[in-house]
Design a protein around this ligand. Structure first.
Ligand code: FE
Ligand code: FE
Length: 168
């Protein structure tokens, strides 16, 4: 098992698998967090955006499972402290701003932190997949990366067009 491998013998392949497990863990946490954010959102448009992205997140998980299959490894996550922290901060906002006009602006800021985390992970994984000659995996990461970026853009638009103004 690569976990017991001496650190000095590890290569990009090992880093790739570790990072794949990290984002797999993160995506499954995000899948559970999005319905809570949807229910908390005051703006209907924001709630709909969270619902839509929840569906996309299911697809992200499926794509990761495809990559695990491509590399012949069981799909399993590795605790991702970063997403735990980002989601905990989001929950804090939901708690601290409950019922306030600033809640939705806070939810968007929390959601964008999640998307940016995913964007950095998928950007790295796509590049490493290319380096390792895994064309199909690179393609799958690229598809998810586009959806994460589109979500980030949609959230910015929602903030700028209505949510921030309603938060004053
Ligand atoms: Fe995702
Ligand atoms: Fe996402």
């Amino acid at each position: 098992m690569e976990d017991s491998m001496p650190a000095k013998d590890k290569t990009l392949d090992d880093l790739f698998i570790d990072t794949l497990r990290d984002i797999y863990y993160a995506e499954r946490k995000i899948l559970k967090a999005l319905p809570k954010m949807q229910r908390a959102a005051q703006s209907e448009k924001l709630a709909a955006a969270f619902e839509h992205h929840r569906d996309e997140t299911e697809t992200h998980i499926e794509r990761l499972q495809q990559v695990f299959e491509l590399v012949g490894k069981a799909a399993r996550g590795k605790t991702c402290d970063a997403i735990e922290g980002i989601i905990a901060e989001g929950e804090e906002i939901m708690e601290d701003f409950k019922g306030s006009p600033a809640l939705d602006a806070g939810l968007i800021s929390a959601a964008q932190a999640v998307e940016h985390y995913e964007i950095t992970r998928y950007g790295t994984l796509r590049r490493w997949a290319t380096e390792l000659g895994m064309k199909e995996a690179a393609q799958l990461f690229g598809e998810t990366l586009s959806e994460e970026s589109a979500t980030d853009g949609k959230l910015t638009k929602l903030a700028e067009s209505s949510v921030n103004a309603a938060a004053h």
